[in-house]
Design a binder for this molecule. Structure first.
Ligand code: SF4
Length: 293
């Protein structure tokens, strides 16, 4: 390996072929009750010389790199000047670079000005992966997301104004059996108010190491949804989505029982037909042992 990564290392499924560059370590928030990804790490902005050394280590072997994903959990938390310096080094090292991307927390978008976000976009950071999880104010508190629907609308509008593309994720099953309708309805209400480029669904999977914490913070007994109930959530979600601009919809993440892909609202009927077939047992669901994060 050319780079000595600080493990664990995570990336979105669509960045499988990208150069993964750790601009930061861990997650600047790290308190979501359902997420164990960075529990073993303390958040830090990596020194510029270390990040640049990683770029220099990779560039001679892979000069044709077109896509870079800035890890870890929210590289956007780093100071704008720092990110601009990293992006400049990347552009110099990889002449064919087409895009850089990173995860973005709701708080990251609130902290940066539209001008800063536009500067980053002009420098090559053009795509943000955004964990929306749910649009329900109540569930956002129960999962200790540290965000409100209103704050998410403000931040996502800033990203759009800056010309950034946003790929948001929603977690099916997050309301359990008690709040699934509230979860889906509030989520579609939120998505229908903001311009997203991509929307993906994941299925809730709680790592055993945070099982107790998740249940305690939920504040009442949490009854998980089964696969069929999650398909019903997906159906309600797709039926109610009416985004202000067309968006690419996917459930291709490894946590999903059924992989879907299309554009909404254009492909609504086809996606719903696929889901109805799966509900009727005519389409095989991904076996549980093949699912993961
Ligand atoms: S879900 Fe995102 S914001 Fe929340 S702890 Fe995990 S990485 Fe951090």
């Amino acid at each position: 390996m050319l780079i000595d990564y600080d493990m664990p290392l995570w990336r979105p499924p669509s960045e499988a072929d990208s150069f993964i560059l750790q601009a930061t370590l861990g997650c600047s928030f790290n308190h979501c009750s359902f997420c164990s990804m960075y529990r073993t790490k303390t958040f830090a902005v990596r020194p510029l010389d270390q990040v640049q050394a990683d770029i220099r280590a990779v560039a001679p072997a892979y000069p044709g790199v077109r896509r870079v994903f800035l890890a870890d959990g929210d590289a956007l938390a780093a100071p704008t000047e720092h990110l601009l310096a990293i992006l400049a080094t990347l552009r110099a090292a990889f002449p064919r670079l087409e895009r850089a991307s990173s995860y973005a927390l709701p708080a990251n978008l609130l902290k940066k000005s539209v001008e800063e976000l536009a500067q980053l976009r002009e420098s090559g950071l053009t795509l943000l992966y955004y964990g929306m999880e749910t649009g329900s104010a109540d569930l956002l508190k129960r999962i200790t997301k540290g965000a409100t629907p209103e704050a998410m609308i403000t931040g996502l509008n800033k990203a759009k104004e800056a010309g950034l593309r946003v790929s948001a994720t929603v977690i099916l099953g997050l309301g359990g059996q008690t709040y699934w309708r509230e979860h889906i309805d509030a989520t579609t209400d939120l998505v229908n108010q903001v311009e997203l480029d991509y929307l993906s669904t994941l299925q809730l999977m709680i790592d055993p190491s945070i099982h107790d914490e998740f249940h305690r913070k939920f504040r009442e007994p949490f009854q998980p949804q089964d696969d069929h109930a999650l398909l019903a959530e997906q159906i309600r979600l797709i039926e109610r989505l009416n985004p202000p601009a067309p968006l690419v919809f996917r459930s291709n993440h490894a946590s999903n029982a059924l992989a879907l892909a299309g554009e909404l609202p254009r492909d609504r009927e086809r996606l719903l037909a696929q889901l109805q077939l799966a509900l009727a047992g005519a389409v095989q669901l991904r076996p549980e042992w093949l699912r993961g994060y």
